[in-house]
Design a protein around this ligand. Sequence first.
Ligand code: TXA
Ligand code: MG
Length: 349
Amino acid sequence: ATRCLAVDPGQPETAPVREAGAVLRRGGLVAFPTETVYGLGANALDAQAVANIFRAKGRPADNPLIVHMDSFAALGKYILEMPAVVSALAEKFWPGPLTLVLRGNRSFPPVVTGGLSTVAVRVPAHPVALALLREAGVPVAAPSANASGRPSPTTASHVLEDLAGRIDLVLDGGPAGLGLESTVLDLTGQCPVILRPGGITRPDLEAVLGPVELDPSVNGAPAGDRPRSPGMKYKHYAPRAPLVLFEGDSSGQVAAAIYAEAQRLEAGGKRVGILACSETAPLYRGFDVVVTGRCSDSGSIAASLYDSLRRFDRLDVDIILAEGVAPRGLGLAVMNRLRRAAGDRIVRI
Ligand code: TXA
Ligand code: MG
């Protein structure tokens, strides 16, 4: 059975952190809070332990993992070359929600990197994550602690919903911070490329690096067979019911289109869920509305997006109609996740 230990998110107690560190060192799986989402950790130097992450999540073997470390200083041991910009990025954004893809020196078993010559690394900012990494004394490979394809977990109960009985331990430190995963930045080419938008925005990065490219998959272009970030070719972040995303510049027109479609579907006998922000929610009276933050504040939407998607599972709706948000700042990461959840069901107004 999976054990769950409560831990103070601000000042983690020694006992649960020690216990979790010991589980990691002996090859077990521990879910823990980070400042983005909950991660499912294993000792990154232990191929068998890492293989068990893939088994617990049902994750495709060619989708590599992010290795978490307790400091920038720990990184040098595992990479082939340190591009000059890394220390500037680390200085500014670590600990924090930025993952760097660098050339590895093959210290990690291929199961961590999906056999790639590169490795994704980050230093998380959450006090529980940092305490656990220090206690474990090894780098920790950790994808998000959800079943593969499901919305990422932002609470311990989301983790248990997906993985109870499949992992050894959950450290329950309350809700994760940001609510969306880290930004993944590839530094192995000529120009830095954002492979996945997240907590650190493109303007944040450009202030340090100059021009930064966006991988075409970020805005929903088909990733093809060999995308730069292998995770981008899989359907992701999906609630159980199909989700239709409505995008447009005018929130009034988007709401009108959603309302009309909801009425049509309901007349056809479908139970309709609507994902709306607090400003527009009153327009959809009569339907199962889940409010995900304020339209005017993409941070509030990021924080509750995954929990909102999981709520529709409990409401048992047949179909979800979702409002898009402006793809600026954190809104770009929100829209990336919504587009991935929608697949090809996108309506442009
Ligand atoms: O915020 C986060 O990043 C969370 C917390 C737990 O740290 N972790 C997370 O991991 O979101 P995961 O496994 O769900 O997503 C890792 C992403 C995937 O899209 C994967 O394809 C990409 O990082 N990735 C990992 N290694 C890579 C590499 N060597 N090259 C390109 N992309 C890589
Ligand atoms: Mg994930």
